[in-house]
Design a protein around this ligand. Structure first.
Ligand SMILES: Cc1cc2nc3c(=O)[nH]c(=O)nc-3n(C[C@H](O)[C@H](O)[C@H](O)COP(=O)(O)OP(=O)(O)OC[C@H]3O[C@@H](n4cnc5c(N)ncnc54)[C@H](O)[C@@H]3O)c2cc1C
Length: 475
């Protein structure tokens, strides 16, 4: 047997997907003396946090800053990247009312943004709702009810309804209340109002939304973009004897007697390969994993997996003949074609030629629609909205590139929970398999959250197989 082939074929733990979750998991395994095989279907590592090179410049899929909330993960990445992990103070704005306000919205800012009559209606709506929540025992049945419970009807109408529906492409009545509880950052302005009301005995018993995003924070970003995070982890995995195969979608996951035995894929020479593994850590979308299981999962599980859907995103990247465009690292918009603009040069991205900058415009979409395809209508609307905001003129744009991802956001559709439970419970019966990360866990971590999920799954699986004594190369 050729030495390279023998090397590839020894029993290895397998990781599906080379996004930050899969790579951090593989890096953790490699640090523990294992030699994982990572299979990635794309031509680059990084998944949602990958960057694409176009000419001399690097375009993130929306700017991807690293947060440092998880000290251990942050220090691990710092040890891989050293001084390339540059720090930058967070600054975020939201287009609101007649101008730009700090994001998350602050109490005084929200006051300034709402016309006086509407403001009175919003405050009394919130107070009325808090009172109602004390007596109303019924759980919210959908996202609309959950948002009204949290903010009251006037504020829901004023601030949330249109934007949420435009973002997801479905009415709030078709989104699950779980979405509001676990995904939607609440307005810190409303937190302040609620605290004030609490002092007057109007404490809300039903308030279970996620915490507001922080206003002040140090973020981290490498000079050629977020791609460096993934590239440094992939290099570390390979340096320690692991393998990262690009352009290699998994074709089958074989399981027998309640355990995963092997994965099947086609190698770079076009040969079909079967890799035996003591355990499998998957970060690919949950329905894709169910689809490649051999033998197939029961019909009920396959049906449930097909009900789990995702929202795609397109990022329009512009090379612009201007030194600087934005007044913050990123700016949110509620009524433009783009939901968020970012200018990664402000975070330290090197941009060529001098005197130019990059602008990244994010918009949600579905495969095949005009936004996804970079169609003439969307391109024109993007530019006219940027011009209307006074940010650039059409003549300033030197290049336009469109990047798309089908699995950008798991959609918490009304009634998705039992389907997710069915899939997760069935997969939970295979002890040497974990499905984690943003799309593998069908949840909304940021990068360090996804990496934490990968690290924990890697620890659990390697501890379990160490007990069974099946992992080759383990100390
Ligand atoms: C527009 C946008 C902006 C964001 N900004 C930030 C930010 O600033 N900071 C932050 O911390 N987080 C940010 N996030 C969140 C962050 O991108 C994700 O949480 C994180 O990248 C998820 O990593 P993951 O490895 O779990 O998933 P993914 O990145 O989706 O990785 C899964 C990998 O599996 C591969 N794959 C899929 N199918 C197969 C198959 N059949 N075989 C083999 N491989 C397969 C995919 O190609 C992909 O590489 C942002 C997300 C979006 C959408």
């Amino acid at each position: 047997m050729e030495p390279q082939l023998a090397e590839a074929q020894k029993i290895r733990p397998v990781v599906l997907g080379a996004g930050v979750c899969g790579l951090y998991a593989a890096h953790t395994l490699a640090k523990n003396g294992l030699t994982p095989l990572v299979l990635e279907k794309e031509e680059v590592v990084g998944g949602l946090a990958a960057g694409r090179r176009q000419g001399e410049n690097y375009y993130d899929f929306g700017v991807h800053h690293l947060h440092a909330h998880d000290r251990e993960i942050f220090e691990e990445l710092q040890s891989l990247l050293g001084p390339r992990l540059q720090s930058v103070e967070k600054s975020a704005l939201i287009r609101y009312g007649k101008g730009f306000r700090r994001y998350p919205l602050q109490f005084m800012d929200i006051l300034k943004g709402i016309p006086p009559l509407e403001l009175m209606a919003s405050v009394s709506g919130l107070a009325w709702q808090s009172l109602r929540n004390r007596f109303q025992k019924q759980e919210a049945e959908n996202a609309e009810q959950a948002l009204i419970e949290l903010y009251g009807k006037p504020l829901y109408r004023h601030f949330f309804q249109d934007f949420t529906e435009r973002y997801w492409g479905i009415p709030t009545t078709e989104l699950s209340a779980t979405f509001v509880r676990t995904k939607m950052p609440r307005l810190s302005a409303v937190d302040v109002l609620k605290k004030l009301m609490g002092r007057f005995g109007l404490k809300d018993q039903k308030d279970a939304s996620v915490e507001s995003a922080t206003l002040e924070e140090t973020l981290y970003y490498p000079p050629t973009g977020a791609r460096e995070l993934s590239m440094s982890m992939a290099a570390s995995v390979e340096k320690q004897g692991g393998l990262v195969h690009l352009n290699t979608p998994v074709e089958a996951v074989e399981h027998q007697g309640g355990e995963v035995e092997a994965v099947v894929f086609t190698d770079s020479e076009g040969r079909s390969r079967r890799q035996e593994c003591p355990f499998l850590l998957s970060t690919i979308p949950l329905p894709s994993l169910v689809q490649v299981l051999r033998p197939s999962a029961p019909d009920e599980v396959q049906h449930a997996a097909r009900q789990l859907s995702f929202k795609g995103t397109a990022v329009y990247g512009y090379l612009v003949r201007k030194e600087k465009i934005l007044d913050a690292l990123f700016v949110y918009f509620r009524d433009r074609i783009f939901h968020r603009l970012a200018e990664p040069k402000l975070s330290g991205l090197q941009v060529q030629p001098p005197g130019h900058t990059l602008l990244l415009a994010e918009t949600t979409c579905d495969p095949g629609d005009d936004r996804w395809l970079g169609g003439a209508e969307t391109r024109a609307r993007m530019v006219s909205d940027l011009e209307a905001e006074g940010l650039i003129q059409k003549e300033d744009i030197v290049e336009t590139h469109v990047f798309v991802q089908e699995h950008a956001y798991p959609v918490f559709r009304l009634g998705f929970e039992p389907y997710l439970d069915t899939v997760q419970n069935w997969l939970g019966g295979i002890p040497n398999l974990r499905s984690v990360g943003r799309n593998g866990g069908f949840c909304y971590p940021n990068m360090h959250g996804a990496m934490r999920m990968g690290a924990e799954a890697a620890f659990e699986l390697s501890a379990m197989s160490r007990k069974g004594g099946v992992v080759e190369g383990h100390p």
